[in-house]
Write a protein that binds this ligand. Structure first.
Ligand code: FA5
Length: 350
């Protein structure tokens, strides 16, 4: 009898171990504990044993049953956490890969280009690392002039050019002004040309300054407009801003010009747009009802001369605005640094 009990235990262990799924395990359970199972028959047979042997064998069967039960329990748990086998349905349509979208700055660039192209401005591209001449000197900012401090410039450690000076990471897109005047080649240009104004340039580029806070990033984008023609007035400039503002921000927003000073424009202005939250009434975000969009003004005669354009014949206006700030004004973004933290939870919202 003892021998039979041990044998039953061994067989049960082997069967439990070799089971591969819960359904088969339940079948094995019935085989071992069912009505006609060996274990049940052994239990029934205890009654046929001599009286003195019954307790010992009864105990042995009970212990064996408990051990087998615990083996079942362990096996059941291990089968439950096993991953079901992947079923491949080759007739199922493929899963679409999620497609991203343009970054907010790229979206704004596309929008700005589309708006200005309707006014005849065409996009030009000028260097991001440029000579001091184009970034400052040709714009009427001679070396050591204190006005340069406002641009908090990164200088490149390369030998200066005798004519063009030191190389800089462009702190504004105004470096494109004289370059554009050179591109259209007036008869007065160094190698001569038949071209010249009218100019309607849009220059969008990365700019660099040693600045960082909620409204400043060390790398940012500006869009620069330059219009040169025979008769250009401040009302043309104001009309251009109004056209841009109503299309980009919506018809309820308006602009205003505030007197300012830039060395390369005369007169110069700062351009403000009404706050998107209070629409000009004044609120916690804007305080005065207005938000600064950027700088602008009528091109200084000295700059025209540096671009080989005769200021007696031609005149024009220029403006330079920050794209990140423009986005912040449109979306009520409290901190422009969010644009460059690459946090997908933020970027996905636009
Ligand atoms: C200029 O850069 C002039 N070149 C603009 C100009 C062009 C005036 C043509 C006249 C004629 P200002 O330093 O104010 O000006 O910068 C213009 C705009 O660039 C700011 O109003 C702001 O929107 C943006 N900007 C400037 N610095 C930063 C910065 N660190 N981070 C983000 N945006 C900036």
């Amino acid at each position: 009898m003892e021998h039979l009990i041990k044998n039953t235990k061994r067989q049960s262990e082997t069967k439990i171990k070799s089971t591969r799924n819960l359904k088969d395990l339940e079948k094995v359970y019935i085989e071992i504990f069912g009505k006609d199972s060996l274990l049940t028959n052994l239990t029934k047979n205890i009654a046929n044993l001599p009286k003195r042997k019954r307790p010992k064998h009864g105990q042995l069967i009970n212990i064996t049953k408990k051990e087998i039960e615990s083996l079942f329990e362990k096996k059941r748990n291990s089968l439950k956490i096993q991953k079901p086998k992947a079923i491949i349905d080759i007739t199922r349509p493929g899963q679409k890969q999620p497609i991203g979208h343009f970054h907010l700055v790229s979206q704004a660039i596309e929008e700005i280009v589309a708006i200005f192209s309707k006014l005849g401005f065409s996009l030009q591209s000028y260097p991001e690392v440029d000579w001091d001449w184009y970034a400052f000197e040709s714009l009427n900012m001679p070396k050591n002039h204190p006005a340069r401090d406002d641009w908090e410039t990164f200088f490149v450690k390369t030998p200066p050019d005798p004519k063009y000076g030191q190389q800089v990471l462009t702190p504004h897109t105004s470096n494109g002004q004289v370059r554009e005047m050179e591109r259209v080649k007036t008869p007065a240009s160094p190698r001569g040309g038949q071209g010249g104004p009218p100019i309607r340039m849009l220059n969008i580029a990365r700019c660099y300054r040693r600045q960082i806070d909620v409204s400043h990033t060390p790398m940012f984008h500006q869009f620069e407009g330059l219009l040169i023609d025979k008769k250009v007035s401040i009302s043309d400039l104001k009309g251009t801003f109004d056209y841009f503002t109503t299309r980009f921000f919506g018809p309820q927003r308006v602009t205003r010009l505030r007197p300012h000073h830039f060395r390369f424009t005369e007169p110069s202005f700062e351009v403000d747009v009404t706050c998107g939250v209070c629409l000009g009434r004044g609120c916690r975000i804007c305080k005065s009802g207005w938000l600064e969009l950027g700088g602008a003004g009528m091109v200084h005669p000295k700059v025209l001369k540096n671009g080989h354009i005769d200021p007696k014949e031609f005149m024009g206006f220029a403006f330079g605005w920050g794209i990140e700030r423009t986005i912040a004004m449109k979306t009520d973004l409290p901190d422009i640094r969010l644009l460059y933290q690459n946090d997908i939870r933020f970027l996905e919202q636009f």
